[in-house]
Write a protein that binds this ligand. Structure first.
Ligand code: BG6
Length: 471
């Protein structure tokens, strides 16, 4: 159903865009910042390193001014744990605090609401050495870090996101350079879900702390949610879709919102001897936490069919959005109704609406889009232009579907696509660009690092000025 009359976007809708610290800032060991897991990981051949990125650390004012020129109402960025606490715990790096103070103040100067992600794929290397999320102490490390953030920035930051894409950390951690599996581990699934459990508890405690310390602030999770379709109407395929929906999506939101483990996932973990161990108080901590909204990243839907018990895991998992497989549970299926991006991700704007509807009916909370967007090869012309009609088309279609979802009755807080400015992809280097602002550098050649407005920049400016009417 396409509505005949669509409801308008809310008055205070957060039109903006997103970035993450380790992908955009550069200056990765400057001004007292400690290394994160991203800085010490082996960089695969053909991938740019993370020392410079978009050099946002040194271009911050210029970048925020460009966002303001587009008319941004919000800017979602993450705070690098190791810029604040170089070793992950203990001593605070004042220069790190100063940088984010300046960034927050710069946003507020232009009336841009800072939306802060507390953790985006960048575990302090010093904490990795202590067992990372596998160490039960990781819960307290995160809560202590949260306290430092709330104390220093809570007077101005009103919107907080806990852990970016915890579900992707758990499902495809190695692809995005995170989640450590100790050598010699004999039950990897159990280890992964134990780490996942620590993150769930850490998130719950951080939400409670936020509400205690900052009663006016709002906090929510930020998983990557893709509704999962069955490949056919065969009942077995429907069960497979429910399995993957539970493992990929609902585990994270059922826990964040209701404080309970999703039953399908729990039974799957039981079958594989992989249920996590609860520390005393965990259950209560998870029940006590209540998010104010759900932040979520959406790139596309997923489609699966039934998988036999013999199907093996190995050859399947590629990255966040590509098909995967789990013996006896589900098997990725290429949806023939969808086209793909140049990087192989399916494009499904209508699936965006379907995903929003599903979340709305399961959780009844306001929803904030924290990522969405098109990764593509962009070209800077000799006269300093970037013609990216493909990106405009992608965003236009997705925004139109948000309006359909609003008309369906979903409460939408904002749209913060990926990414405000070109930055380094999780595993495809600089060549896969998402920004409204082009950064003049290549994979390895640092270029001038000058900023250029892409065609999508001017288009998005018009969209924001018309509050989503002029697409
Ligand atoms: C999300 C992440 O998975 O997708 C971002 O939160 C990431 O960090 C974005 O960059 C796009 O993915 P990729 O792999 O194309 O960089």
């Amino acid at each position: 159903m396409k509505h005949k009359t669509r409801k308008p976007f809310p008055e205070n809708f957060f039109w903006g865009a997103s970035t993450s610290a380790y992908q955009v800032e550069g200056a990765n060991l400057e001004d007292g910042k400690g290394p994160s897991c991203q800085d010490v990981k082996e960089v695969p051949e053909g991938t740019s390193d993370l020392t410079v990125c978009a050099d946002h650390y040194h271009h911050m004012k210029e970048d925020v001014a460009l966002m303001a020129e587009m008319g941004f109402k919000s800017y979602r960025f993450s705070i690098a744990w190791t810029r604040i606490l170089p070793k992950g715990t203990g001593e605070i790096n004042q220069k790190g605090i100063d940088f984010y103070n300046e960034l927050i103040d710069e946003c507020l100067k232009y009336g841009i609401e800072p939306i802060v992600t507390m953790f985006h794929f960048d575990m302090p290397a010093a904490l990795d050495e202590r067992g990372s999320w596998g160490n039960p102490d990781s819960v307290q490390w995160f809560v202590d870090f949260a306290r430092v953030l709330f104390e220093n920035f809570g007077d101005r930051v009103k919107y907080w996101l806990t852990i970016n894409e915890q579900n992707m950390l758990t499902l495809v951690g190695p692809v995005i350079g995170t989640l450590m599996i100790p050598e010699g581990c004999t039950n990897v699934l159990k280890e992964v879900y134990q780490q996942n459990h620590h993150m769930l508890v850490a998130q719950a405690k951080a939400m409670v702390l936020c509400h205690q310390m900052l009663p006016e602030a709002k906090i929510g999770p930020a998983p990557n949610i893709s509704l999962v379709y069955p490949a056919t109407c065969k009942p077995e395929d429907v069960i497979a879709a429910q399995n993957f929906n539970a493992i990929r999506n609902w585990l994270y939101l059922d826990m964040a919102v209701y404080g309970i483990y999703n039953a399908i996932v729990w039974s799957y973990l039981e079958e594989n001897d992989a249920t996590p161990t609860f520390a005393p108080g965990d259950e209560e901590a998870m029940k006590n936490a209540h998010p104010d909204f759900i932040g979520f990243n959406y790139y596309n839907t997923a489609t699966v069919e039934a998988a036999s018990d013999e199907e093996v895991l190995a050859d399947a998992v590629a990255d966040q959005q590509s098909g995967s497989i789990e013996a006896g549970m589900y098997k990725g299926f290429r949806n023939p109704n969808l086209v793909t991006t140049e990087f192989g991700w399916e494009i499904d704007p209508v699936g965006f609406r379907a995903t929003i509807r599903e979340m709305d009916s399961r959780y009844h909370l306001p929803l904030l889009v924290t990522e969405n967007g098109l990764g593509a090869y962009d070209t800077l012309t000799e006269d300093g232009k970037v013609h990216d009609p493909y990106r405009i088309e992608y965003l236009r279609q997705h925004i139109a579907q948000i309006q359909e979802a609003i008309t369906d009755g979903a409460q939408m807080l904002g749209y913060n696509p990926w990414s405000a400015i070109d930055l380094i992809s999780t595993h495809e280097g600089m060549k896969k660009r998402y920004g409204f602002i082009y950064v003049d550098r290549d994979e390895f050649d640092l270029g001038t690092l000058n900023r250029y407005r892409k065609d999508s920049f001017y288009w998005y400016k018009k969209v924001i000025a018309s509050n989503g009417e002029d697409l």
